[in-house]
Design a protein around this ligand. Sequence first.
Ligand code: DC
Length: 236
Amino acid sequence: MPKIIVAIDGYSSCGKSTTAKLVARQLNYPYIDTGAMYRAVTLFFVQNHITLTNPREVDQALSQVQITFRRQGELGRNDTYLNGLNVEDEIRKMYVSEKVSEVSAIASVRHELVAQQQRMGRSKGIVMDGRDIGTVVFPQAELKIFMTADPIIRAQRRQTELLAKGELIGLQEIADNLRMRDHIDTTRAESPLRQASDAVFIDNSLMTLDEQVELVVRLADEQIGLSLRKRETGLL
Ligand code: DC
């Protein structure tokens, strides 16, 4: 079967990662959470007190960052490692969320992470989610999804997620953080969040997780079929 790239972009906390993870499992493709990569860089910068406005300091710090993903036994979790340490839980904390948009707006940070992401998808057969996957990382991706949901629903989902990890944060604080991140993510000069012209738009406010996964897998299967026909007719 030909392999395709599934690029899922959209706003913070709209269920992209949960959907992408399950889609990847059904397609038997690896899943890459690019938000986790920006979060891991942010954690490193915070821990090492990097001055974000000092390009030399930023570049030097970037050269010391190594991000990998490792599957955790039967749990099916694909955890993020920063320089060999499991930081999956730490990078989801509020103090990282508060800084991550600022860090991910830095051009050199984006250039480095985009290059790494492109290497990960070189041989296709991958599901990647983020903000610029269909527009910058893989503009040639066979399937592009642009996902969103009602801001209140997104804040509630985020609150439940944080609560499950023992962080009790008020809805207002979460909604404010999401609004701030939406603003920075969509207005930054360097690869802002926007829908690719050929992306499928999905508002999942009123959809169940199963419905979302089923829809994306169906669209992926269509693209795999299309690639197969192209290959058979010599167009690929
Ligand atoms: O998906 P997330 O909320 O974990 O992402 C964290 C932040 O990283 C988000 O506020 C914007 C940034 N990000 C980005 O700029 N580009 C990506 N491809 C993925 C995430």
